[in-house]
Design a binder for this molecule. Sequence first.
Ligand code: M6R
Length: 609
Amino acid sequence: MCGIIGYIGKENATPILIDGLKRLEYRGYDSAGIALLHGGELAVKRSVGKLINLEQLVEREHLDGSLGIGHTRWATHGKPSEQNAHPHRSGNLVLVHNGIIENFLSLKHRLETEGYRFSSETDTEVIAHLLESYMKKGLSLREALRAADSDLRGSYAVAAICVSEPDVIVTTRSGCPLVIGKNGKGSFLASDVTPLLAHTRNVVFLEDGDIGILTSSDISVIGSDAQIVNRASVTIDWDADAAEKGGYPDFMLKEIHEQPQVIMDTLRGRFNYETGEADLPDLSMTAQELIEARRIWIVACGTSWHSGLVGKYLFEEMIRKPVQVDIGSEFRYREPMIQKDDLFIAISQSGETADTLAAAREAKKRGARVLSIVNVVGSTLARESDGVIYTRCGPEISVASTKAFTGQVMALYLLALHVGRVREVLSAEEGRWWLDQYTALPGRVEAVLKQEADIVRIAEQYYSKNNFLYLGRGINYPIALEGALKLKEISYIHAEGYAAGEMKHGPIALVDEDMPVVVLAPRDRLYEKTVNNLMEVRARSAPVIAFGFEGDQELSRVSEVVVPIPEVHPLLTPILFAVGLQLLAYHIAVFRGLDVDRPRNLAKSVTVE
Ligand code: M6R
């Protein structure tokens, strides 16, 4: 949902802003713009489409200035156009905004009666005019921002500069992430930490209602009571190179290939082999509290919801603990029967997804203990949770989530082991057995990645099809959903994931020779049933792309093509199948000539409802 960036310091702001926007482009890419303040003049440059258009424009015009703000947009109010692109200007001030102003119509009406004329269709322009109107009444930029903050309803992160205060950038947030930092040569702000990594590792996450003040030498935070507040700085240990493509054509392919490392990193230092236990100190829950937790809820959105569904099968089968899984946007608006002492697990790569956050707040309000599984250190969800398991995936830049999913499932494996051991459902010996399986997973994922050349051939054969069906059973039903989601997101092919046994209750009517069916068929206790479902689609002439265990001759006989994965315990198959399906979706999208990292209409982090 839009990315914002700001810099004030001793260096030329232009390359810093453009480089920062490149790292934020995954948050939105239908238009971009920057504003610089130099010699008492404001220069605003905006262009439609990918960032490269803005970059070329800025290069032609040789923009200079040591103070500036920038924006990359994912349109909510008003189509992608230069007029709707940020920054937005009112008189001598400009601002950038991420989020949605819900009461923008009433504010617009009020400002129009004050004489303001609007030149865009955005909700953002009301903030610019609102600040200007307060400054005209004698307020400073920061005071105007505070006053506007109490007028605005919705979710937003805003950064503003103005000609009359050339030594400062002011910024605030409500419901949208915002991070600030400094490095001796200047101060920075951004929607997330990735653009800051090249400049500093110590960052401050603003809280709702904070006003951040950036000067060339310092950053400070003013709380809602107008007093300076001390917000602890967080050290980010992500490698700056982690936000580069590192020789891969896209971030998505790079991130798919990083998964063996993600598994190792997520496991590192988090188990005790001797006792067969998982060691999760940030859980902030005693063994007794875990034993007493009446019910487990898992809530998430998109791919993270799919990992939550894997968690349900895992917890129920491995440690016999019932789990209820919900989609964030559903949970928050029904009357969930969550109670005090229930354990609520929120899963999110970004830690900023509005629906997941709202669901976690609702759970907390009702007295549940909130544990989050999050990738972004210091994110809002992580900060608001009672306990956290960080997934240690490094920055995930590609809009289509891959390695974050694997990190989340690994965190759930660790959590299942932990709960199983404290509740004594698993013995030390069983715990050690599971740890052997977990630590062998990176090598097994490598083996799946080695199938890439074969998967490319499959992609080449089927990329022109318009519909795909994905079938899985049990713990691989969520993987069928995830495989279909990956294909939809980046190739724009209609794809559906189904529980294999459910197919005959409707979707089989769609099946014909033009619909490839991807079947996940590990040799588990449901193998024969899955093969029967596979036969049913074959009988309707559908080409079958099967994913199964190495050496499964039977599967080869009944499928057009088989992608083998190493034989593992059935509960550990999801990651291996998911990696294969990610590669399939990726290569199909590449054959269709699409921009896999920046699929149309999507944004990486959905911070609005
Ligand atoms: O940051 P989160 O994990 O909370 O994001 C949730 C979804 O928006 C995300 O998984 C989305 O579905 C991805 N584009 C999937 O590839």
